[in-house]
Ligand binder design. Structure first.
Ligand SMILES: C[S@@+](CC[C@H](N)C(=O)[O-])C[C@H]1O[C@@H](n2cnc3c(N)ncnc32)[C@H](O)[C@@H]1O
Length: 185
């Protein structure tokens, strides 16, 4: 059985506190929640979300959305990393469904109401706005909305301040992670 240390060793830019916060946020979700993650890469954040689902006996599913081609990642060449992702999360597959493709295309096929969404895909203003607009129509009232990289990515910060913040009832932050509770349009 893999332990926390194994999952903390998956290469990522996420800090331990950010991964632990994702884990904790799953505790607040209703039973059988639908979680969506945009940008899973090698599975670091995915594994903490999935471990939260299991630890707190929530049931439900984590939908991981990515091209797994290192899209829009500064200084990282395009490369197929899907097998690495699958290998890293293989003990969590009972609560994970992978959706390979562009976020906006996968969003168009969504049939669930979403209880938690974690945005960590394209960090440009256009990419972040496209993701927000593609997915927000599926959010349930009270859904936990999390963005990574708001501390340095100006586009992410602008989308949060202009578009997301007016639609949340409360929010909180870590230096590079922002989350709030969706209250509807
Ligand atoms: C910063 S990484 C995600 C890091 C990951 N959350 C972790 O814990 O390490 C960004 C990921 O988003 C993916 N990505 C970027 N733009 C995308 C898009 N439009 N649709 C789907 N995936 C995208 C990339 O392929 C990459 O795997």
């Amino acid at each position: 059985m893999r332990d926390n240390l194994f999952y903390h060793r998956i290469p990522t830019h996420m800090t331990m506190s950010e991964k632990e916060k994702l884990f904790q946020l799953t505790q607040e979700l209703p039973t059988q929640p639908c979680i969506v993650e945009i940008g899973s890469y090698l599975g670091a954040s995915s594994s903490f979300l999935a471990m939260g689902l299991k630890q707190f006996s929530k049931g439900g599913i984590l939908h991981c959305v990515d091209t797994w081609n290192n899209d829009a990642m500064d200084n990282i060449p395009q490369k197929d990393v899907y097998n690495e992702f699958v290998s890293n999360i293989c003990e969590l597959v009972d609560v994970i469904q992978a959706h390979r493709g562009y976020s906006q295309d996968i969003a168009a096929t969504c049939e669930s109401s979403i209880n938690m969404i974690f945005f960590d895909g394209n960090h440009s203003y256009e990419g972040t706005l496209r993701d927000w607009l593609s997915w927000k129509k599926y959010l349930s009232v009270g859904a936990v909305v999390v963005f990574h990289d708001w501390g340095w990515a100006e586009g992410v910060k602008k989308v949060i301040l202009d578009e997301v913040h007016p639609n949340v009832s409360m929010f909180d932050t870590l230096p590079n992670m922002w989350w709030g509770y969706y209250k509807g349009d």
